[in-house]
Design a protein around this ligand. Structure first.
Ligand code: CP
Length: 316
């Protein structure tokens, strides 16, 4: 097995092609485990993982919890609403108290960009970023890459257009870092107000016309308009956004070739994507969700440092 160099997974910026490939290959072997009648292995028996979710989540939280259970780890989930954060306890105090209970790994989602990096300096255990503000969401990008590799058998030289609210998207940032490291061509497509200033320094193309992006792309990765993070009016109305940038079957049909539709969820049907298209055979949105469990199993396993033989890893 190839070596794996990461101690934490804080983001995909700077993560090597070898490390990403190791995660994707390991995830593929764990997906075989998930297809078994008894989809559980003893790999992380004796390892304790805490899921700290300071922000809402459906997919990421459930799939981390499932991944931990499938690996036989002991897991505890924490949400802000029922914790002493409500009484003013800081992130550092919360984490250090949890670590005092002998926790090995912490999975954290937080509205503040950089919260997982800060945590990794406060505690001895391994930290996994489950989404921090508008910064990064590395496991989402990894499961996206796994889904792309499943369908196309490669990532290199594919044309992937990320369409939507790039400015507020941690999914976009992690995918830009991960996909370009793996040799894909990436285009960002949005109204100019939703393209971050620093995008001009990234190794990506930029388009302000969704029909041009559809014409160019093999894969359209559609992003939600994150109204909850927007501090200003970035476009006149949701209806106008849909008219100019929304993905519809009619728009896709104008291009006479196969195009794959991805979306990290949650979907705002009728805003960034037409409902019929999200449910069509061009969509791999639910494959992305399925792959999320396998990718998170791979990340937990590799970061646990328990690099055992393949036989031992998949033994039930
Ligand atoms: N894709 C994603 O992060 O979804 P959740 O917010 O539901 O976890």
């Amino acid at each position: 097995m190839s070596s794996f160099t990461l101690k934490h997974l804080l983001g995909l910026e700077g993560v090597s092609r070898d490390d990403i490939t190791t995660i994707l290959d390991t995830a593929a072997s764990f997906r075989e485990v998930l297809d078994r009648p008894y989809p559980k292995v003893p790999t992380l028996r004796g390892t304790t993982v805490v899921n700290l979710f300071f922000e809402a989540s459906t997919r990421t939280r459930i799939s981390f919890e499932l991944a931990e259970k499938r690996l036989s780890a002991d897991t505890i989930s924490f949400s802000t609403a029922t914790s002493s954060v409500k009484k003013g306890e800081t992130l550092r105090d919360t984490a250090q108290n949890i670590e005092a209970m002998r926790v090995d790994m912490v999975v954290i989602r937080h509205s503040a960009s950089g919260a997982p990096h800060f945590l990794s300096k406060c505690i001895k255990g391994t930290v996994i970023n489950a989404g921090d503000g508008a910064h990064e969401h590395p496991t989402q990008a990894l499961l996206d890459m796994m889904t792309i590799r499943d369908k196309f058998k490669r990532i290199e030289n594919l044309r992937i257009a990320i369409v939507g609210d790039i400015l507020h998207s941690r999914v976009a940032r992690s995918n830009i870092y991960g996909l370009t490291t793996m040799g894909a061509q990436v285009m960002l497509c949005a109204p100019s107000t939703l393209i971050p200033y620093e995008a001009h320094k990234w190794p990506v193309q930029i388009s302000y016309n969704v029909d041009d992006a559809i014409e160019w792309a093999d894969i359209l990765m559609v992003l939600r308009i994150q109204l909850e993070r927007q501090q200003a009016n970035f476009f006149p109305s949701l209806r106008e956004y849909h008219n100019y940038f929304g993905l519809t079957s009619d728009r896709i049909k104008r291009v006479n070739r196969d195009i794959t539709i991805m979306h990290p969820g949650p979907i705002n049907r009728g805003v960034e994507i037409e409902s019929e298209l999200a449910d069509s055979d061009k969509s791999v949105i639910l494959n992305q969700v399925t792959n999320g469990v396998a990718v998170r199993m791979a990340v937990l396993y590799l970061l646990s440092g328990e690099l055992k033989s393949d036989d031992e890893k998949t033994k039930s």
